[in-house]
Design a protein around this ligand. Structure first.
Ligand SMILES: Nc1nc2c(ncn2[C@@H]2O[C@H](COP(=O)(O)OP(=O)(O)OP(=O)(O)O)[C@@H](O)[C@H]2O)c(=O)[nH]1
Ligand SMILES: [Mg+2]
Length: 343
């Protein structure tokens, strides 16, 4: 969707910042659609971000992530703190907030004005979803939610990217899935701050906890040793402990200065992603990546030359675009309303 600068967003953004659910829902749809609307929206709310506690909850399908998120949200509501929830589903091609598990959907949280729940998916590439969901975190943060909980199925590297840029990563596993731990190992293990063995009412919880312990002992970690917790989310057991460990991690990050380091490096990651996407998109626009690749395929040129040529073509174009953007900002400031241009 193309959103004209100023149009629509002028009404939408103030309502987003007031935590209006309908406005938030619409704004997240704009993020899912990508393009100019996404950029413009983030440009307008970014100055208000940085206050929420952003927690990622990831783990294999059916581990009980949604149940845990639901429980966590209830505990937080008892403390009168507000909660934004994003369920990011990389496996689904649909959109529009219709995919969240019935457990949460039917729960009383849906009618609580202190809670916003939304599931996200995109039709496009996985990278697009990771970016849109990170932007949605910004939106909920700017809207003033005390907490933002991001649930995503974590199996492969792509899904890891969704939770990579949160403050605290909770990895949920269940007893008796040895292979799952192997799967989790790839990428997720390194970014876990808290481990949860959910469904601790089942057999094998000790073994799973021990396996995790083993893996942790051979892996590398800094001053923070990720705790391994046991929960029965379905019966709300161990959830208060999980919340207090999340709080302890937060305290650790603040006293150690890790929170700033982490947020800075996350921002770098986001910027790099945007940068790469822009370069590739520009290359496509200017010369056509496929066309140049074809020349490489015919062995007329080597891959480095293909890239060189594309990059050279992009440079002039990008320089022009950046100049326009800078001139525009000089005119109306980084977040000023303006209608002069369809970007
Ligand atoms: N026995 C037992 N079942 C649980 C527990 N927690 C959740 N469940 C059940 O496990 C099933 C899956 O729970 P969800 O919360 O939907 O799991 P999920 O990880 O969000 O699933 P996906 O989003 O589909 O990957 C549901 O039937 C839950 O009721 C638990 O602690 N013990
Ligand atoms: Mg779920």
């Amino acid at each position: 969707m193309q959103v004209r600068r100023g149009t629509g967003l002028d009404d939408l953004v103030p309502r987003v910042l007031q935590r209006n659910s309908r406005a938030l829902g619409r704004a997240i749809s704009i993020l899912e659609d990508g393009g100019t609307g996404q950029r413009e929206l983030i440009r307008r709310v970014y100055g208000e971000t940085g206050k929420a506690r952003v927690i990622g909850i990831t783990g294999p399908p059916g581990a009980g992530k949604s149940t845990l998120v639901d429980r966590l949200a209830r505990h937080l509501r008892q403390r009168e703190e507000t909660v934004g929830i994003l369920a990011v589903d990389p496996t689904s091609p649909f959109t529009g907030g219709a995919l969240l598990g019935d457990r949460i959907r039917m729960s009383s949280l849906y009618t609580d004005p202190g809670v916003f729940i939304r599931s996200m998916a995109t039709r496009g590439a996985m990278g697009g979803l990771a970016r849109a969901s990170r932007d949605a975190v910004d939106l909920l943060d700017a809207a003033g939610f005390d907490w933002v909980l991001v649930e995503t199925v974590g199996v492969g590297q792509d899904e890891v990217d969704v939770v990579r840029t949160v403050d605290t990563v909770v990895v949920v596993t269940v007893p008796g899935l040895g292979d799952d731990i192997q799967a989790i190992k790839a990428g997720i293990l390194e970014i876990a701050d808290v481990f949860v063995v959910n469904k601790a009412d089942r057999d094998g919880v000790e073994k799973t906890a021990k396996d995790l312990q083993m893996m942790l002992s051979i892996g590398e970690h800094g001053d923070w040793l990720p705790p391994i917790l046991r929960t029965v989310a379905a019966r709300d057991e161990g959830v208060d402990k999980l919340l207090s460990e999340i709080g302890r991690h937060r305290d650790y990050m603040q006293t150690s200065g890790e929170i700033d380091r982490r947020r800075r490096s996350h921002l770098r990651l986001r910027v790099e992603t945007i940068l790469k996407e822009r370069v590739v998109a520009a290359a496509d626009r200017v010369l056509g990546v496929d066309r140049e690749v074809e020349r490489g395929h015919e062995r007329k040129v080597d891959p480095y030359r293909v890239a060189d040529r594309l990059f050279a073509g992009v440079l002039e174009d990008a320089r022009e675009e950046a100049r326009e953007e800078i001139e525009l900002e000089a005119e109306d400031g980084p977040a000023g309303p303006t209608e002069e241009r369809m970007a």
